[in-house]
Ligand binder design. Structure first.
Ligand code: ADP
Ligand code: MG
Length: 431
């Protein structure tokens, strides 16, 4: 990281995802002694005693932190945690995250618990020396954050000379700390670039999505139906096969006119699911059998039913073995696979089996040359639990963000970063 800092490197072509400047492109003179507003994604899981149960998101930002500290930057970190809804909430304070970061970094982290608008925070930032690190309290305690309020963005921008984003997982949201602050810092003449984690995500997803190996297969599951079904259309335009599991499958089964009992369904999305089914024919695959139980509880007795034999008292909590076999066949012959969302309630055994088997088959395919990208907090956790996360080509830190990229959307939190200069016209150029 040291010696080639600030050296011009080749971009990955015009408009490519990976064509953003990174911290490596900023010479030390630009960073030394300057206040760096670093947006990270420290939206980590906490237990009921407020302890961090999985620090991988914090660990993910360490290379950028170490590099910027070494360059003599004064670091002001910002993140969200959970959904406190624009006001203070002890359950989602970043205080335990500040302590965890301190342990992992091996250096003091000053936790700024007051509002970024307060005098106390402004003074604390002024006092930061070269290489010092401060962490703001959860930005979603502020009502202006999710509204991308220009006033709040200006307050944030007053805390930094330059902007660095390592928050790929938040890049699909135009919020004050992901987009507004970067725009205002750039307006003041500051720089706005990607950190190492962000750059790595963009490079990887760019490669995987720009020219995917065929067949190109997407696997969608999980519970956030409304957030995901909207992108199904766009995803279907790009992939050869879409395998649906999780609660989203229930909405599609309803659209086929099938009984789903007491399963989780989004009734108001059933018409949309029906439209999608009419348009897409056999490119979209639905479960042919389901694991059902009267209640979704650990160790409960389960039954496997064909999808047209679900009873009114059943709850669908996983895909069945025949579905696993069918989906496995698709995965085994895929060139590129993007997986977002577990196939069932994987946190509650025995409903983890479908997800586990799909993860294993995907890992196996990857060993045979398939490019596999797993995105989403729960999907990543499921791959981890199945012991195959290491075997995947890439485990993305952003579920929603990677899904929107797959749907061909531009991420506002990426767009706001400085683009690498377009390459000079080559011999093949017509202009
Ligand atoms: P990700 O974090 O990977 O993007 P989501 O957050 O969308 O995934 O969904 C994960 C959740 O979906 C898990 O908590 C899981 O229990 C739940 N889920 C999966 N299948 C079902 C189902 N059939 N019924 C209810 N919940 C489900
Ligand atoms: Mg989730």
């Amino acid at each position: 990281m040291g010696p080639d800092r600030g050296v011009k490197r080749e971009g990955s072509g015009e408009g490519g995802l990976a064509s953003r400047l990174t911290v490596e492109d900023l010479p030390t003179e630009v960073l030394r002694g300057r206040r760096i507003f670093l947006r990270v994604d420290f939206n980590v899981p906490l237990d009921d005693r407020g302890r961090v149960t999985d620090a991988s998101r914090i660990r993910g930002a360490l290379p950028t932190l170490v590099d910027l500290r070494r360059a003599g930057g004064r670091l002001i970190l910002a993140s969200h945690l959970g959904r406190p809804g624009g006001k203070g909430d002890p359950a989602t304070t970043l205080a335990p995250v500040a302590r965890e970061l301190e342990n992992l970094l091996g250096a003091p982290v000053r936790f700024l618990e007051e509002s970024p608008e307060s005098r106390a925070v402004q003074d604390a930032v002024d006092e930061l020396g070269e290489g010092d690190v401060a962490l703001l309290e959860n930005v979603r305690f502020e009502p202006g954050e999710t509204k991308n309020d220009p006033g709040f963005a200006e307050v944030l921008a007053s805390l930094g000379d330059h902007f660095v984003s390592d928050a790929f997982g938040s890049a699909h949201r135009a919020h004050a700390s992901t987009v507004g602050v970067a725009q205002q810092i750039r307006k003041k003449g500051g720089r706005a670039v990607a950190g190492f984690l962000m750059a790595r995500e963009l490079r990887f997803l760019d490669e995987a999505l720009r020219d995917p190996g065929r067949p190109f297969v997407a696997v969608l599951g999980g519970a956030k139906i409304s957030g995901k079904i909207e992108v199904v259309d766009a995803v279907l335009k790009r992939v050869d096969r879409l395998l649906v599991g999780g609660a989203m499958a229930n909405t599609f089964l309803r659209a086929l006119g099938l009984e789903v009992g007491r399963s989780l369904v989004e009734e108001d999305r059933v018409p949309l699911a029906r439209e999608i089914l009419e348009e897409t024919g056999d490119r979209l695959l639905l479960p042919v059998d389901c694991v059902v139980a009267p209640e979704i509880e650990r160790g409960v007795e389960v039954e496997v039913r064909a999808r047209d034999a679900i009873r009114p008292e059943d709850r669908i909590a996983d895909i069945g073995p025949e579905t696993v076999r069918l989906y496995g066949e698709e995965l085994a012959k895929a060139g590129t696979v993007v997986w977002n969302g577990p196939m069932g309630v994987f946190e509650v055994p025995p409903f983890d089996q479908g997800t586990r088997r799909v993860a294993e088959v995907l890992a196996q395919a990857t060993r045979g040359g398939t490019v596999s990208v797993v995105g989403g907090g729960d999907s990543a956790a499921a791959a981890e639990a199945a012991g195959v996360a290491e075997a995947m080509s890439h485990v993305s830190s952003g579920g929603g963000a990677s899904l929107e990229l797959l749907a061909g959307k531009v991420l506002p939190g990426v767009e706001v970063l400085e683009a690498r200069e377009p390459e000079t016209a080559g011999p093949g150029s017509t202009s």
